[in-house]
Each structure stands twice: as C-alpha cells, then as structure tokens.
Design a protein around this ligand. Structure first.
Ligand code: NAD
Length: 523
C-alpha cells in the first residue's frame, strides 16, 4: 500500500524566472534515495568528526578561497536561477557566505573546544567539570528559494565545522545553486558523503524529516514550519525553525525623512521584496507622513526593473506565479478597503510573466491583509501613528516576530523603543543588514520560529553539550554516600550554614559542626 512518504518519480525543473528559460531538469529523490543519503552521511560523519576542529577549519578556509575566486560566476548562477540583480547576488549571498567562513575560521575553535566549569558548591570543589561540545551526527537542512546560496551555505558551514555531516534538501525552485554549493564544498575537501544534496519537492523534505537524521534546520514558511514541527515532535527530533516575517519599520518624529525613505524603499524591494527580513509594514509619525510617502513614491518610480543579469537592474522578477498571486491578492484587498496606490500596484507583463511593479500603498489599516499576512513581494504599505506608544503597539500587533527597525536621530530613544518590540532582532537606523553580520544571531520569536542560526548561538545549535565531570580524589568516599543519622543531619545543617548563612558567627559555627562529618561509619 502506498504511504504518504512514497514519492512518485518525477522531475524538478530549474527555470530562469526572468525569462522562463529551462536551466536544467533534475530527477526527484524518493524516500529510499533520501534514506540512503542519510545512511552514507552517518558513516562518513565519524571520520569527519575525528579530523578535529583545526583541520575542518582548514577545509572551510579552502572553501572560502575557492568561493572568492569564483564569486562572479556563482553570483551569475544565483541571478539566473533566482532572478535577483547581480549586485544583490554578490552582496547578499556570496559576501554573506564568505563572511560566515571568516567568522568560523576566526572563532570556531574558541567556541567549540572544551570549556572548564568551575564549581561554586563547596561539596563538589574537589571535582573538575568541563563542557564538551559534540556534533549531533547528521544534520538535515531544508531551505527556501529566496536566498538559495546564503541560507543553506551559512547553515551548512556551521554544521560542518562542528563535525556534523549534512544532507540538504534545497527548494525545488533553486536546485542548481545547491548543486554548485556541493561542488564548491567537495572541491575544498569536504568528503562527498559528508555533504549531500537531495533534490525534490516538499515530499523529499518530509522524507528527510522521517529519516534518521539527528537534527533539522528548516527555513521556510510558517505553514510548512508548523507541519514540520508536528512531524518532528512525533520522534522528538530537535529542530531549528527559521520562518516568515512581517517586519515593521517605525519612523519616529525626529527621523531624517530622506534617509529613512531610502531605507524603506530598499528594505521593501531588495530581492523584489522576497526576503524574510523585508520591510513589510512601515509606520510613520503623522508629522512626517506626507513627505515620507511622497519621497518613497518618487524613489520607487526611479527603480529600474528588469532582468537581474543587466548590471543596471535594481529589481528583478518574482520567483514564481504563486508568489505573484499572493501579492496581487494583498494589494487588491488593500485597494478595496481604501488604500491609495502611490506607485506600482500591478503586474509588469511587458517585462515577463513574473514581474510585479514596486508598489507604495498609503492610508493602509491593520484590518488589511497587507498589514497582517506575509506578502513576500515588492509592496511597501505605509501607515501613520500618533506617538511612540502607538507605534510600538502596532509593531507588536502581529503573529510574527522576526525583526524590526526604528528610525530616529536619537539613538538612545531608538534603543528604548527597539527593546519594547517583540522580535528576534531589532535595529536602530538600519534594515536587513543584520543577516550579513556573521556574529549576530538570526532567528525569530512568536510564529517566526524557534532557535537561532548564525554567530555563537548558531554554532551552539549544531552541538550537543555534554557535561564531563571527573573526581580528582578517586580514593575518597563522598560524605553523602549513606551513613545517615541524627548527627549527620546536624553536620549537614552546619555545612549549609557555613556556605549560606548571613552572619559570620553563624557561618563559623556551621563550619565547626560540619567538620565532624568524616568521623562516621559509611557503607
Ligand atoms: P516553503 O515553506 O514553501 O518551502 C521551504 C522548503 O520546505 C522547500 O525546500 C520546500 O520544498 C520544503 N517543504 C515544503 N513542504 C514540506 C514538507 N511538508 N515537509 C518538508 N519540507 C517541505 O517556503 P518557501 O516559499 O520556499 O520560502 C519562503 C518562506 O521562507 C517565506 O515565508 C519566508 O519568510 C521564509 N524565510 C524565512 C527565513 C528566515 O530566516 N526566517 C529566511 C528565508 C525565507
């Protein structure tokens, strides 16, 4: 009988979203392909872990060297398969990965090697403790199409440096970039079975979750993330979930309108708005509202939309018809409820099937889908607020909690507000660039996910922490190993007083009472 995990043999077709050109076809991995990949990864991981951190870092260094040497070629491939302008492929994908490698080369040894745990409790002073960071084994990574290189590559590098093997299931829309990541890693010295790619649709991802991986790092939509969390719970599979966002931008009454409007336009339209950290909602103090929306509209009208391979293109196509339909539905809903379109507002068929005009919507309200659901497209809805408290309330009125930004000339005021917004990241006077800071943890709260990737906390997600405890006096029995009785209880009370009583005299008396503790008959 067929199970829901059985996958019909079919193909995944990689397309150029700007032109519709077929780039390559791949046969989908079926359930047994996925299981076989995980089995090979498990065997190969042992030798990879045994290499030690320093030698794994050397492989990461070689990967970095090779990626740097091929930066333009890799950027062009990303643009061909995902549509974003070449400049963005270089800066938001290749640069981010090069810098993650730099972070790991500089810090992985310090963050992964054994760490002493000094004991404060006098009862355990004679023992030495250490934290040992052990790789999980096989990490499954399921990734989306919007950053087809930087998302799986940053997650993979962190997993690998910690001694894990990785099986990656990339988005069915961007398998070519994932295959290129594999060839770069293999050429740098990562054994073929230590990093493998299984190409397929959601069913291949589901097969990966049900295979014997040790941890899953998933990046994608909230809907898929919830399904994955349920499947993972059944087998207590640890997961990191990097999910969607509805990131608010708060422009306070003392903000620089020119700077903030440029940030809003870039933050909303970079990657055609298909970024988890996109500015999805903009709130502007009512005293600045009119000049701000006018500046946004004027700057938006100057954007050059087209094929990302053209060096002057500012914004490329969207990835797929299904994304365009969501954008259209949100814009139509907003228009029907009274929003004003100040720029764009429709598809761009002259350029191709997947193009949508960068769109500015004014006079939006929180009843509109555009302010509640993730749009993931080139739309900037702008709403006015009366004071800081209202701005924070509106920012927090969302099921999402990935990132937010506050714009003000007063950094201290900005930070005070940023602390009140419920998100994994809050930036003052910048948008999105937090993803390019390799030291910064990335991840969300509320429906935006669980766990962190990037930085020290991302590395922590890739290891199991074992506490290793060694007694330095192996010939001595512990005082608490039986021999209980009235006298022992008194002695223990004295011991507790010695450590925790407030007055000096009480502590001293406690020490004297505790001193008799060894003169007992034990088992
Ligand atoms: P998606 O959820 O449709 O797909 C993501 C991946 O999951 C793909 O590889 C897909 O094949 C796979 N998948 C689908 N169904 C599955 C199932 N049942 N079991 C296992 N795997 C399955 O998301 P998408 O459209 O590729 O990406 C866009 C979404 O990703 C947006 O919501 C965006 O906000 C989010 N995203 C989040 C971050 C972040 O860091 N928080 C980064 C990028 C994108």
């Amino acid at each position: 009988m067929a199970t829901d995990l059985q996958i019909a043999v079919h193909k995944v077709v990689s397309l150029n979203p700007a032109t519709g050109e077929v780039l390559r076809e791949f046969e989908c991995a079926n359930e047994s392909d996925v299981r076989a990949a995980v089995a090979r990864a498990r065997t190969a991981q042992v030798g990879w872990a045994e290499l030690g951190i320093q030698r794994r870092i050397a492989v990461i260094r070689e990967f970095q060297r090779r990626l740097h040497a091929r930066k333009s070629e890799i950027a062009a491939l990303i643009t061909r398969e995902a549509g974003k302008p070449l400049a963005e492929a270089l800066v938001t994908e290749v640069l981010v990965v090069l810098d993650t490698a730099r972070f790991l080369i500089d810090n992985a040894w310090r963050l992964l090697h054994d760490e002493p745990v000094p004991h404060g409790n006098l009862a355990t002073k004679l023992k030495s403790g250490r934290l040992v960071r052990e790789p999980y084994g096989v990490i499954g990574i399921i990734s989306p199409w919007n950053y087809p290189f930087s998302i799986p590559a940053t997650e993979t590098l962190v997993a690998l440096v910690a001694g894990n093997a990785v099986v990656l299931k990339p988005s069915e829309l961007t398998p070519l970039v994932a295959m290129e990541l594999a060839s770069l890693l293999h050429a740098a010295g990562v054994p073929e079975d230590v990093f493998q790619v299984v190409v397929g649709e959601g069913a291949a991802g589901a097969a990966l979750i049900h295979s014997p991986i040790d941890k899953l790092v998933f990046t994608g939509s909230v809907a898929t993330g919830k399904r994955i969390a349920v499947a993972a719970a059944e087998r207590l599979l640890p997961v990191v979930l990097e999910l969607g966002g509805k990131d608010p931008m708060l422009v306070l009454d003392d903000a620089d309108v020119d700077v903030a409007s440029s940030a809003a336009v870039w933050g909303a339209f970079v990657n055609a708005g298909q970024a988890c950290l996109s500015v999805e909602r903009c709130y502007v103090h009512r005293s600045l509202y009119s000049p701000f929306v006018e500046a946004c509209a004027a700057k938006t009208k100057q954007l050059r939309v087209g094929n990302g391979m053209e060096p002057n293109t500012d914004m490329g196509p969207m990835i797929h018809e299904r994304q365009l339909r969501i954008v259209e539905a949100h814009v139509e809903d907003a228009k029907a409820r009274g929003a004003r379109v100040l720029a764009g507002g429709s598809r761009y068929p002259e350029l191709g099937a997947n193009f949508y005009r960068p769109t500015i919507l004014a006079d939006v309200t929180h009843q509109m889908k555009i302010m509640q659901e993730e749009t993931f497209g080139p739309v900037l809805p702008v709403m006015a607020f009366a004071d800081d408290d209202e701005a924070v309330r509106l920012a927090n009125d969302s099921e999402y909690g990935l990132a937010a930004s506050v714009w003000t000339r007063d950094a201290a005021r900005g930070e005070r507000l940023a602390r009140r917004i419920h998100t994994g990241t809050a930036m003052v006077n910048d948008v999105i660039s937090c993803f390019g800071i390799s030291e910064a943890p990335h991840g969300g709260v509320k429906a935006s996910g669980i766990g962190r990737t990037h930085g020290r906390f991302g590395l922590d997600e890739m290891v199991r922490v074992k506490y290793l405890d060694t007694d330095r006096m192996p010939g001595i029995k512990k005082v608490w190993w039986y021999g209980y009785g009235e006298r022992f209880t008194r002695q223990m009370e004295g011991f507790l007083d010695m450590q925790f009583a407030r007055g000096m005299g009480t502590r001293l008396r406690g020490a004297l009472r505790a001193a008799g503790v060894y003169r007992r008959k034990q088992l």
